[in-house]
Structure formats: structure tokens, C-alpha cells
Ligand binder design. Sequence first.
Ligand SMILES: Cc1cc2nc3c(=O)[nH]c(=O)nc-3n(C[C@H](O)[C@H](O)[C@H](O)COP(=O)(O)OP(=O)(O)OC[C@H]3O[C@@H](n4cnc5c(N)ncnc54)[C@H](O)[C@@H]3O)c2cc1C
Length: 420
Amino acid sequence: MPWDFSADPEFEREIEWMTAFVKEEILPLETLDLDFAAYHRLTAPLRQEVKDRGLWAAFLGPELGGAGFGQVKLALMHEVLGATELAPPVFGSQAPDSGNIELLALAGTPAQRERWLAPLLAGEAFSAFSMTEQGTGSDPTQFTTSAVRDGDDWVITGRKYYVSATSRADVHVVMAVTDPDADRRKRATLFLVPSDTPGIELRPIGSMNDPVPGCSPIHSQSEVLYDGVRIAGEAILGGRGGAFALAQRRLGPGRIHHCMRWVGVCRRAFDALCERAVSVSVHGGPLADKQMVQTWIAESAAAIEAFRLLTLQAAWKVDTQGVKASLTDIAMIKYAGAPVMHDVIDRAIQIHGSLGYSTDLPLEGMYRWARASRIYDGPDEVHKVTVAKRIMRGYEATDVPTEHIPTRRAAALARSGVGA
Ligand SMILES: Cc1cc2nc3c(=O)[nH]c(=O)nc-3n(C[C@H](O)[C@H](O)[C@H](O)COP(=O)(O)OP(=O)(O)OC[C@H]3O[C@@H](n4cnc5c(N)ncnc54)[C@H](O)[C@@H]3O)c2cc1C
């Protein structure tokens, strides 16, 4: 089947507008050290501009006020938004809200949609997706946080580790085991839990990206204790036992957006690398003339382009064949892209020397955030296992390798009659 990743001229114009908007209106905010409240206040007019242009929450279908772009266009859009972590919230496209909005749109009851979907969509409320438990994040079938029926209510007890955006979340989408004896993929259920429900305790966690918890306006993570948290029966999202199936649907296209944002990060670091190469001369000539630097530039350019095309191909496959047919591609882009992003930023830091290592440039921050990409959304190793298993399903065991030359020679001789 032929590939076509081109966009129509109208969408090309939107990409041009977004590129200029991110560069002129959003990138400067990075330098201001804003907390979330100040960032949210300052970006209100920008969010309105995006809404007026019809680009708000573009991942949604038109029936929910989104642009209904499809994955290739969304991928191209996220490449632009990836330049700075401050851009996706201005476009109503930030994780984890975008994924939670999709879940509510997909599986929410009318009452849940009215209470949570509407304010989340408007950008007036925020959410967290509370799934992982420490040490078993790669294997959700081992989670132990439980929800037990008590009269008409459910009571949730357990501890989740490293949940993003809890400091601003109004609602937690919590995965809890409701049916421990059921098939392992049907044991868990998703619940919508208002963040002010008694029994929820947060412990903010610092990280490589956010050493003092709360210093990043966008990224903040917590350990969350649910200590006998009581919620009404209608808080179930998407049916009892439906957590894994729903979570899977949430993660697929979301990963394409993550990866295209990484391409955006790569481009920014690559531009810094090339700019420095042509700007500084040492040991008798410009850095741009040193073969080692040329190798960095040539290899980075090829790696970024390969990663970008692989990701666009996954997006195109989702658009043309659906998520289920694209699972291998969606798993592949994660571990293909994370090291590319790491290496390009690393070279950009290296060429700037101490300036690159310092906080006078954004490269050290990009480097710290890039390290997380090999872990969140499933560690690289888990995706590699998935891809290898899926590929190997297409192969059968043989007694003699298909390429075995003596066997092939005997067959060729018998067929051609040579030497008979
Ligand atoms: C920035 C960031 C944001 C996050 N946000 C959220 C959030 O909003 N909500 C949420 O619920 N969680 C969140 N997480 C947690 C994330 O989902 C988990 O970290 C991830 O799923 C891995 O789980 P784990 O940390 O428990 O690692 P573990 O499951 O303990 O795995 C540790 C390591 O074991 C190795 N490993 C695991 N399985 C295999 C295998 N099959 N083969 C070979 N090696 C293997 C890998 O090297 C892996 O890194 C976030 C994490 C990060 C870093």
C-alpha cells in the first residue's frame, strides 16, 4: 500500500500558524519560572486564541468540539507542540488529561460526562490517571490496590506510585482490583474519584526533571495513598472489569503523540547543535569543519528522520487500518525514538561544553526529561518483548534453516537438471 504523509494546503497553513505561535507566544514563557497557577493565568488568552482557531483538543472528534484530524495530522501537530512542554496545555492536548478525556468520551455515562468531561474539555478542570504501583508498573496484572463493595458504595484501598499531575487534578481515574478471581485481564475496574474525597493522601516525589517537587509547572508526580476511600457505585468508568481494555485504548494513539513531541524536542536540540557548529571556531577552524562534529550532525539528521517516518507510518496505519492492526508499530516507535532523542540532546550539550551543561541553556533540562521517556508509558524493554513476540508469530520452526545452502543446492540441481 502506498504511503502518503502529506497534509492538505489548509492544514499546512495551520502547521505554519502553530509553529509561529509556539515560537513567539509560548517559548518565551519557559524563561519565567512560573508555577502552575501563574502559567495557567498567563496562558488564558493564548488558550482562547487556540479555541477560536478550532485547534483546541484537536484529538477529539467533531461531535465533542475537536477537529477530528486523524492521527497523521495530529502527529504533525504534536511535532510542533513538542518544542516545549508548555505548549500542549495551551492546545488542550496535554497528558494525562487528553487520554482521560478520551476515556470519558468513550465510556462515560451521561452523568459522568456532564460532571467531568465538560470541565476537562473546557480546560477548567484537570485529571490524573492513577494506575502504576511501585515495582510492578510493567505488569498491571500484579496490581493490588483494591475496590470492595460496601452497600451501594465502593471502598478503595491501596498505594499508587508516580502518578502525574496530582497536584492540580480535580479527579483521579483510579485502576483498582474488583474481581481478584476473574481472568487476569478482567480483574480491574476504573473509578472516577474526586481528588478531595476523604482518605486520599499525596506524597509529592522529586525526580531528575523536578528535583524539588513542584518546581515544574507541568510535570509533578506523587505517591498516592487511597486509605479506605469511599465512593458511590456510579463512579465506575466503563463497566466492571473493563480497566485493562480501556487503558489499552487510551495508550495507543497517545504514544504516537508522545513520540512526535519527541521529534519536536529532537529538532530543537538539533538546531542548537548546528547553530553552535557554525558559530564557534577552535584549533584553527570552525567546529562545523571538524569531522567528529560532522558525524554528529549527519547521524543525528538521519536518526531523527528515520524516527519521524516510523512514527508517521504508525499514525498512517492507525488512520487506515485501526489501532489493533497497528499495535506492533505503536510499540516500536517508543523504543526506537527514546534513544534518538537522548543522543541528539547529548550531542547538543557536548558541543556547547560547560554552557550546554549549565542552566543558561534549556538543553540540560531537556536531557533530564528525555531520560524519563525510556520508562513512562511502559519501559522500552516491555515494548521490545511485545514487538519481538508479535514478529516471531510469523515464523515457524524448521529442522533445517531455509537458507541452508547444501539443501538449496540439492533442490536447485534437481529442479534445473544441471549435472544430471
Ligand atoms: C515521568 C513519568 C510519569 C509517569 N506518570 C504516571 C501516571 O500519570 N500514572 C501512572 O499510573 N503511572 C505513571 N508513571 C509510572 C509508569 O507508568 C511506570 O514507571 C512504568 O509503567 C514502569 O513501571 P515501574 O516504574 O513500576 O517499573 P518496573 O515494573 O519495576 O520495571 C523496572 C524495570 O524492569 C525492567 N523490565 C520490566 N519488565 C521487563 C520485561 N518484560 N523484560 C525485560 N525487562 C523488564 C525494565 O528495565 C524496567 O524499567 C510515570 C512514570 C514516569 C517516569
